[in-house]
Write a protein that binds this ligand. Sequence first.
Ligand code: FMN
Length: 132
Amino acid sequence: MKHLLGCFLYHSEIASDASTSCVADITRVSRRFNEAHGITGILIFDGQRFVQYMEGPQQQVIALAKKISLDNRHTNFTPQHEARGITSRLFSGWTMAYLSVDDAEPLAQMWVVDGDAAMSCLQQLLPMLDAA
Ligand SMILES: Cc1cc2nc3c(=O)[nH]c(=O)nc-3n(C[C@H](O)[C@H](O)[C@H](O)COP(=O)(O)O)c2cc1C
């Protein structure tokens, strides 16, 4: 049976004792792990806030989200959207795309919305990825 796909979106903030240089370590480790586990998605960072969307086999996504939630390099882990049984991926070509945004405004918008509205905000950021 084909694995059911799930997705998960959350936001968080870098821990006060973590250096922004940890983000390079995170993306390197993520790409290796995610590729091995069929996970794709995007990590966005504005120097303070993270937004991450991941998609893949449901159980893998749930387990990864749980592991990430316990990572002490970030804090205020806040789930925003979760879906099970999705039929397609948004990031099929990316084991974990990384987008660094200079302006605080785009991610600030994600803080005040949830669910489908948060997904719409995410989709609006995607042209920035093509331009990066
Ligand atoms: C903001 C953030 C995003 C992360 N995203 C991923 C990810 O997509 N994939 C991944 O394997 N680890 C990710 N990690 C790292 C995991 O929390 C964990 O450190 C890593 O998977 C290594 O786990 P291990 O020591 O159990 O092997 C992320 C960590 C943070 C702080």
